[in-house]
Ligand binder design. Structure first.
Ligand SMILES: NC(=O)c1ccc[n+]([C@@H]2O[C@H](COP(=O)([O-])OP(=O)(O)OC[C@H]3O[C@@H](n4cnc5c(N)ncnc54)[C@H](OP(=O)(O)O)[C@@H]3O)[C@@H](O)[C@H]2O)c1
Length: 327
């Protein structure tokens, strides 16, 4: 089959269309003819050789996909050949065919294109896990979502709106309109004003109950300062660095704060299956009604994969970048 190959660890120019062995579905796995996949930051790290796939996963890039069931492995009962599915992968999405455990596959919601279905799994599962399972965000609470215009950020805004939380985001200024349209009450241009100042002023000194963070080190102190009593901080990425100096830990004790971190890719199959079920129970109807949707910035043909990676690494996207897979 055709697949995107990383010739050598390095820049986007190392990506090209090549040949790879077609995967064979194992016990309880289905073979999917991929119609579209979507980019994740992890793909850019893996391309550089800095984020190896977990043991047993395909070395091909691609953490999510949508397509049609092409064959069933032994013991499969849930799907039939021709069904439209999408889902989270541990790798292997940038290819004509991929395999997925049948319980990890989700039906493509009515009204979703294959591109939208491919853009949904990683960001909605990540945001759902962060908001519901980890932060336990409740109606009437206030949440600050950093990188609000990112793929995960745009999903988190929509889920927080469904819960009935008040939503504050940080994003670069040209991306504010999208964040507001999705449900953010306040969009902070963190490049022109320290976000802590904006949060404290907007909330009249109260702060927020939950923060979803991707920036890590340079944001840790202001994040702690922005959390009110019993506040929860969920760290999902380390885009700004990992080492903090001169941290004032007083807010942690004074305000009884909870600090959590998580990565989805490393979770067990059982965990991902439970998360997939819970997320779909919660949001599937909204997907079908069209009231919640993945935000897509651009769809690239998979021959333009190098351009797509460069586009993400330049932080140009608002929402997801999708690759259309053509046979
Ligand atoms: N832990 C998990 O389970 C999990 C799961 C999925 C993704 N992630 C991680 O979550 C992060 C967001 O993923 P995504 O796919 O939603 O990202 P994305 O769509 O590529 O968006 C990232 C955005 O973050 C903003 N940003 C702010 N500060 C940044 C900085 N220091 N470096 C780079 N970007 C910065 C940029 O937007 P502005 O122009 O607004 O600054 C950028 O466009 C990634 O690091 C990803 O690896 C974690």
């Amino acid at each position: 089959m055709k697949a995107i190959i990383v010739r050598q660890p390095g820049g986007p120019d190392q990506l090209s269309l090549g040949e790879w062995e077609k995967p064979v579905p194992g016990q309880k796995e289905i073979l999917v003819k991929v119609a579209a996949t979507a980019l994740n930051r992890a793909d850019t790290l893996q391309r550089r050789g800095m984020y190896p796939p977990p043991p047993g996963a395909s070395p091909i890039l691609g953490l999510e996909m949508a397509g049609t069931v092409a064959a069933l492995g032994p013991g499969c009962t849930r799907w039939k050949v021709g069904d439209a599915v999408c889902g989270l992968l541990a790798g292997g999405g940038y290819a004509e065919y991929t395999t997925i455990h049948e319980e990890l596959a989700m039906p493509v919601p009515n009204g979703f294109s294959m591109e939208e279905a491919a853009a949904m799994p990683e960001v909605f599962l990540t945001a759902f896990q962060a908001l519901y399972w980890l932060a336990k965000l409740k109606k009437g609470e206030r949440i600050l979502i950093h990188a609000g215009a990112s793929g995960v950020g745009t999903a988190a805004i929509q889920l927080a709106r469904k819960i009935g939380a008040e939503i504050l985001v940080t994003a670069s200024a040209p991306k504010h309109a999208v964040c507001r349209k999705l449900g953010a009450t306040l969009a902070i241009d963190y490049k022109s004003q320290p976000f802590e100042e904006a949060v404290i002023s907007f909330t009249s000194g109260e702060g927020v109950d939950v923060i979803i963070d991707f920036i890590a080190a340079p944001y840790l102190q202001p994040n702690l300062n922005c959390l009110r009593t019993d506040g929860r901080l969920v760290i999902l990425a380390l885009m700004g660095g990992i080492k903090v100096e001169n941290l004032n830990m007083l807010p942690i004790l004074r305000n009884r704060l909870h600090i959590m971190g998580s990565t989805l890719r490393a979770r067990s199959l059982e965990y991902k299956i439970r998360l997939t079920r819970d997320m779909m129970d919660f949001v599937f109807e909204d997907f079908e009604k069209g009231s919640i949707k993945p935000v897509i910035d651009r769809v690239f043909d998979w021959k333009e994969v190098a351009e797509a990676h460069a586009y993400m690494e330049a932080n140009k996207n608002t929402g997801k970048i999708v690759l259309r897979i053509a046979a």
